[in-house]
Design a protein around this ligand. Structure first.
Ligand code: BTN
Length: 249
């Protein structure tokens, strides 16, 4: 990863890049605890214990993907975290289209998909007043472990071309600034509307939601003001999905 151009373009930005790390989430949390500036980036060529949602691991093959956590100190209430997550999904999808020309779908709350397969995931954690925004993008993987083959893809697999991780990182950092500013200045509604527009999952989609053993089936009916997903179950009742894996039926 050659960060020279990016550091020149964004001289104010504190970017810490590691060859190998356990998880960028841990280092970013440590820096947040020390009072680092908003926008500080912790990235790595390889993670040995990359964290996914629900305690899963994030496959972080060396020099193939973008694995980073950004410390964000935003002028929003703590309960805006679900909407911050949606804003980061929008930022990631925009960065991918800007840098590669590929349009992505967004699966609530935070999967970035191409042709139904996941190319990026987002993990947000609160650390005192800071949000740690963890973003993993599959960029130049040419294959995945057997257990991910049916569900994961990379920008290289889709475009059949190696992609610049540097260009993508530059677009991503700018796009995160754009969407977090939009949230701060225009409020949650602006992000909810943009997400609804960008995602094929928010309205009229028949889904199954896995919720710790139980599953809910129904049709999606939009987002509530907090950013949670409304699903109309087959018995006619609407239910609010606060968390859980959403899959198409
Ligand atoms: C998901 O389960 O979809 C979220 C995946 C988030 C992965 C990224 S990679 C960079 C950052 N560091 C981690 O350990 N996880 C996040």
């Amino acid at each position: 990863m050659n960060l020279e151009k990016l550091r020149h373009r964004m001289p104010e930005r504190d970017i810490r890049w590691f060859d190998t790390i356990d998880s960028t989430m841990i280092e970013a949390g440590r820096l947040a605890g020390q009072g680092c500036a908003s926008g500080t980036v912790v990235g790595a060529e390889e993670q040995l214990a990359g964290q996914g949602r629900y305690g899963r691991t994030w496959h972080s093959e060396k020099e193939c993907g973008l694995y980073l956590s950004v410390v964000l100190r935003l002028a929003v209430a703590r309960d805006a975290l679900p909407v911050v997550t949606l804003a980061l999904g929008l930022a990631t999808a925009d960065a991918i289209v800007e840098s590669t020309g590929i349009s992505c779908d967004l699966r609530w709350p935070n999967d970035v998909l191409i042709d139904g397969k996941k190319c990026a995931g987002i993990l947000t954690q609160l650390h005192d007043e800071a949000v740690i925004a963890g973003i993993g993008i599959n960029v130049n993987q040419s294959e995945f472990p057997r257990e991910l083959q049916g569900t994961a893809t990379s920008l290289r697999l889709v475009t059949r071309m190696s992609q610049s991780r540097e260009a993508l990182l530059g677009s991503l950092l700018e796009s995160i600034d754009t969407y977090t500013k939009m949230l701060e200045t225009e409020g949650r509604k602006a992000i909810l509307e943009a997400f609804t527009h960008a995602s094929s999952y928010v309205r009229g989609r028949r889904v199954v939601v896995d919720q710790g053993g139980a599953t809910i089936q129904g049709v999606t009916e939009g987002l509530d003001p907090s950013g949670f997903l409304i699903v109309r179950k087959d018995d006619g009742r609407a239910t609010l999905i606060l968390a859980g894996g959403v899959r198409p039926v």
